[in-house]
Design a protein around this ligand. Structure first.
Ligand SMILES: [Zn+2]
Ligand SMILES: [Zn+2]
Length: 347
């Protein structure tokens, strides 16, 4: 076992504190990674605060992990010591179901193992990336292209693939009109990716306060959803709407913005039930869908796409002792646009 420094939540209501955790011995198919940076995702906060159900404490979160390979197991063929690597939302899956065999580990039929707060096959609770090092099965270790700056790569491992995978699944590209609802940690990466894919991109944000940023990130249009006329003006416009907002939205309003055959994809979901009237779906052959982050092959593809098109998230680098303050700022949307922890500060 390897003892490493980490920041953990001791309970649902207390701030995160410095602690140490044990990482398992490097098995034949494992990779030991010295973590360089870990992104802060809104999911981290929901998880440690028990918003998504009870968890076991202490819990270390973080599923946007990048670093360098320190050691590999005897049978590892895909990674070698010194490689730049990343780990995203999943760190294990059954590997034998129809979805795993297709490389769709996010949709593993036996339930994938989340990088944190998941129960791994050895019975242990997975501990995430707010830490000096981690041990992960080689199948879940991504290769980080040389040209990408490591601190900026971190948020791509969750936010990046969460947006890239629906954009690809629903064929966003030249000639398609894509709207991104919400321009936070997820949304701003979505704007950059959709633009790089060649789509015509519209941001639908609560207010116009981030318009300048949105246009800089590649948005062709920017509208405030607090203005009712936005919904009149844009009715029937979009082939694809990606909703990154997890607060309750009037879904019907957004369905009306879809073109014929358009799809509204939920990436963030409120805990309340959503209600929608059937006729606008029927009359425009429109769909409402959901999408999880993405399997390993599409995550790797996304990293290479970002390297090729120079798509990088906007980040604010922090030290570990700032995590709790960063959480408060995420909750009040006071971050442009993603916090990344310098893992040297766990030392
Ligand atoms: Zn995340
Ligand atoms: Zn599976």
């Amino acid at each position: 076992m390897l003892t490493v420094n980490a920041y953990a939540a001791p309970s649902a209501t207390e701030p995160l504190i410095p602690t140490t955790i044990e990482r398992r011995d490097v098995g034949p198919h494992d990779v030991l990674i010295d973590i360089a940076y870990a992104g802060i995702c809104h999911s981290d906060i929901h998880t440690v605060r028990g918003h998504w159900g009870p968890i076991t404490y202490p819990q270390v979160v973080g599923h946007e992990i990048v670093g360098f390979v320190r050691e590999v197991g005897a049978d590892v063929t895909t990674h070698k010591i010194g490689d730049r690597v990343g780990v995203g939302c999943q760190s294990n899956s059954c590997g034998i179901c129809e979805q795993c065999l297709k490389g769709e580990e996010a949709y593993c039929l036996n339930g994938n193992i989340q990088t944190y707060a998941g129960r791994d096959y050895d019975g242990t609770i997975t501990q995430g990336g707010y830490s000096q090092a981690t041990v992960v099965n080689e199948r879940f270790v991504l290769k980080v292209p040389e040209s990408l700056p490591l601190d900026k790569v971190a948020p791509l491992l969750c936010a990046g693939v969460t947006l890239y995978s629906p954009l690809k699944h629903w064929n966003a590209g030249p000639g398609t009109k894509v709207a991104v609802v919400g321009m936070g940690g997820l949304g701003h990466v979505g704007v950059k990716l959709a633009h790089a894919l060649g789509a015509e991109v519209t941001v639908l944000s609560q207010t116009m306060s981030k318009e300048e940023d949105g246009k800089k990130f590649g948005a062709d249009h920017y509208y405030a959803t607090s203005e009712l006329e936005t919904f009149e003006k844009l009715a029937g416009t979009f082939d694809l709407i990606l909703n990154t907002v997890s607060a309750k939205l009037d879904i019907g309003q957004y369905v009306n913005l879809l073109a014929v055959d358009g799809t509204l994809v939920l990436l963030g979901a409120p805990s309340e039930e959503l209600s929608v009237v059937g006729m606008p779906l029927i009359s425009g052959r429109r769909s409402i869908a959901g999408s999880a982050n993405g399997g390993i092959p599409i995550t790797q593809e996304m990293l290479e796409f970002c390297a090729e098109h120079n798509v990088l998230p906007e980040t604010e680098l922090i030290t570990a002792d700032y995590i709790n303050e960063a959480y408060e700022r995420v909750l009040t949307s006071d971050v442009r646009y993603r916090f990344v922890i310098d893992a040297k500060s766990f030392a």
